[in-house]
Design a protein around this ligand. Structure first.
Ligand code: ZN
Length: 509
C-alpha cells in the first residue's frame, strides 16, 4: 500500500468530499484575491469593504485568508504541492502564515528564509511514510515554521547592528540579503501552546490583520523601516485593572527564565490538579512550592544540534546554553529506548524517552503535550505487557480513558514509534511519532546541522567578497602609487642613464 495522507484517501468518501471542498474553497479565495494593480491603486480598507459587500465575509476573515495566500505565494514548492494534492486547506495555510509572520522582519525580507521554509514544509508534507497516515497537527506545522525561524536566527550569531552593506554585485549568484543586524530571541518562537484548553489557532479571529504588507495608510510599513531591536528586551511586567473587576498581569522574560517558570507552573498545576492560572497564583502567594524539573532534548553526537523543550519546542541558542549550564543530570535516551522495568510505573528515563518520542498525546488529532500525559501500556501490565517504550505510548487523560473503554485499539511499531489506530468501524489510521527522539525526526536534526553549516559557508563567502571589494576600492590609490613610482624611475633613468643593470657585453663577432 502506497504511503499517503489519510485525508487524501480516495477510497474514503468523507476524505473525497473534503478534497473537493478544499479545492473549491481554495479556488474561491484565489478568485477574490486582489490583483497587484488593485493593491497599488485601492487602499486596503476599501478593497475589504468591496469584498465584504460581494461575499458577505467579514474583513477579519478576509484578511486571514488573503494573507495566507500572500504567504503561500512566497513558497512556490508548497503552492505547487497544495494545488496538486489539496493536502492543506485554507485553515492550515493561515496557520503557516501566522507562524511565518512571527519571524523577525529581517528574516521575512530574506529570500533565503522563504526558500528554507519552503523546503522544510514540502519535506514534511510531500512525504507521508505510511498508508493512511494522519495529517500533521496544526501545532506541528507551527513548530516546523518556528524551528526554521529559530535555527536561521541562531546561525547569524547575532552580529552587531548596523548591518554591513551588501557588496554591490555579490559574486554568489543565489539570492541573498542576509548578513545584517542580529537581534535576540525576542520573538515568540514556539508553535506549542499549552493553555489549559489545549487547543488554539482557530480560523477567522483576524488577530493580526495588520501584520502583512498593505497598500496604504499602513503603520506596519513605518515599523518595518525602523531598525530591529538590538538585543533581547529587558524583562517587563504590565499590570492592568480591567473593567470587569479583574486584574490582568503580563510578564515578559528571557526564554530560559520563561521556560523554567513554565515548567514550575505546569508541574504545580498537574500535582494539585488545578489550572495553570491557579497554579501560578499558588506559586506567587506561597501556597505551593515546587522544585522545577526541566527536561531538555538534544542530539549528543551532532555539534550545534537544536535543543528541544517539551513545551517550548526548539529553544534559542542562548536559552539552551543557559539551561544546559544549570542542568544537573544527563540521561542517555538510546539506552532508555530499550530499557524496561518490572514495575507498572516507568522509570524516569523511560518516561523521558516516551515524552521525547511522542511529544503529544498519540490519539488521532490530539495535540495535548505528552509531558503532562499518562503512560499507556498497549498490552496491559497486568496481562503481561512489559513496562518498556516498545509497549507504551503517551495519551492525555481524556484519551487514555477512551482507550481504556475499548473504543479504539492501537498497534505500536516499536522501531519507528508509529501508532496504528484501529477503529470500531474497521477503518484505520497511522499516527507518526513527532518528538525529537522519533527515528524519522533524527534526519531532521541532521538537516539543521547541515543547514547551519551551509549558512556558515555562505557567510564566509560573503565575507571574502567583502574583502575583495575593499581591496578593489583601494585599486585607484594603488595604481596612482604605482604610476608615481614608475615616473620616479623614468626620471632617474633620464637623469643618470639606466644604471641598474650592468652594461651588456658587445655581441660576439
Ligand atoms: Zn489526547
Amino acid at each position: 500500500m502506497q504511503p499517503s495522507w489519510s485525508v487524501l484517501n480516495k477510497a474514503d468518501p468523507h476524505a473525497v468530499a473534503r478534497t473537493i471542498n478544499t479545492a473549491g474553497n481554495y479556488r474561491f479565495w484565489r478568485a477574490i484575491q486582489p490583483t497587484p494593480e488593485q493593491l497599488d491603486t485601492i487602499d486596503w480598507t476599501t478593497l475589504l469593504a468591496g469584498l465584504t459587500r460581494s461575499t458577505g465575509i467579514l474583513p477579519g476573515n478576509l484578511t486571514t485568508n488573503l494573507d495566507a495566500l500572500t504567504t503561500l505565494d512566497r513558497l512556490p514548492r508548497l503552492r505547487a504541492l497544495v494545488e496538486e494534492t489539496w493536502v492543506l486547506d485554507m485553515f492550515y495555510l493561515s496557520v503557516i502564515d501566522r507562524a511565518a509572520t512571527r519571524a523577525p522582519v529581517r528574516l521575512q525580507d530574506d529570500p533565503y528564509f522563504w526558500e528554507i521554509l519552503d523546503e522544510a514544509l514540502v519535506e514534511r508534507l510531500a512525504t507521508p511514510r505510511r498508508a493512511h497516515q494522519l495529517l500533521l497537527k496544526p501545532d506541528r506545522i507551527r513548530q516546523v515554521v518556528a524551528t526554521t525561524i529559530t535555527t536561521l536566527q541562531e546561525a547569524d550569531d547575532h552580529p552587531a547592528w548596523p548591518p554591513v552593506p551588501e557588496p554591490d554585485p555579490p559574486p554568489e549568484p543565489e539570492e541573498d540579503s542576509e548578513g545584517d543586524a542580529g537581534e535576540g530571541d525576542s520573538e515568540g518562537n514556539q508553535g506549542n501552546n499549552n493553555d489549559d484548553d489545549g487547543d488554539d489557532g482557530n480560523n477567522g479571529d483576524g488577530e493580526d490583520t495588520a501584520a502583512r504588507p498593505q497598500p496604504c495608510l499602513d503603520p506596519v510599513e513605518l515599523m518595518r523601516s525602523l531598525p530591529p531591536l538590538g538585543d533581547t528586551p529587558a524583562p517587563g511586567v504590565w499590570i492592568d485593572t480591567e473593567d470587569n473587576g479583574t486584574t490582568r498581569f503580563e510578564l515578559s522574560v528571557d526564554q530560559a527564565t520563561g521556560t523554567l517558570i513554565r515548567d514550575a507552573v505546569w508541574q504545580v498545576a498537574k500535582a494539585a490538579g488545578v489550572s495553570q492560572a491557579r497554579a501560578m497564583v499558588m506559586l506567587l502567594l506561597g501556597q505551593a512550592t515546587t522544585s522545577v524539573t526541566t527536561h531538555l532534548y538534544t542530539a549528543k553526537d551532532i555539534t550545534g544540534a537544536p535543543v528541544f523543550h517539551p513545551l517550548a519546542g526548539v529553544l534559542t541558542e542562548q536559552a539552551a546554553q543557559r539551561l544546559l549550564a544549570i542542568s544537573t543530570k544527563t540521561t542517555d535516551m538510546d539506552a532508555a529506548a530499550t530499557a524496561h522495568t518490572d514495575s507498572y510505573t516507568p522509570t524516569e528515563a523511560i518516561r523521558a524517552y516516551l515524552v521525547g518520542r511522542d511529544w503529544t498525546c498519540r490519539w488521532p488529532g490530539c495535540g495535548k503535550p505528552a509531558l503532562g500525559g499518562d503512560n499507556d501500556h498497549r498490552i496491559n501490565h497486568h496481562e503481561g505487557g512489559p513496562t518498556t517504550p516498545a509497549n507504551m505510548v503517551m495519551l492525555c487523560r481524556h484519551h487514555h480513558n477512551r482507550k481504556t473503554d475499548v473504543q479504539a485499539h492501537y498497534l505500536l511499531d516499536p522501531v519507528t514509534g508509529d501508532v496504528f489506530w484501529l477503529f470500531a468501524d474497521g477503518t484505520w489510521a497511522v499516527d507518526h511519532a513527532q518528538g525529537p527522539l522519533a527515528p524519522a525526526e533524527k534526519r531532521w536534526v541532521q538537516t539543521y546541522a547541515q543547514r547551519r553549516q551551509r549558512r556558515a559557508e555562505r557567510a564566509a563567502a560573503r565575507a571574502a567578497a567583502q574583502e575583495f571589494e575593499t581591496y578593489q576600492e583601494g585599486a585607484p590609490a594603488r595604481a596612482e602609487a604605482h604610476a608615481r613610482l614608475e615616473e620616479t624611475i623614468n626620471r632617474d633613468e633620464a637623469d643618470h642613464g639606466p644604471d641598474r643593470a650592468p652594461p651588456e657585453d658587445p655581441p660576439p663577432q
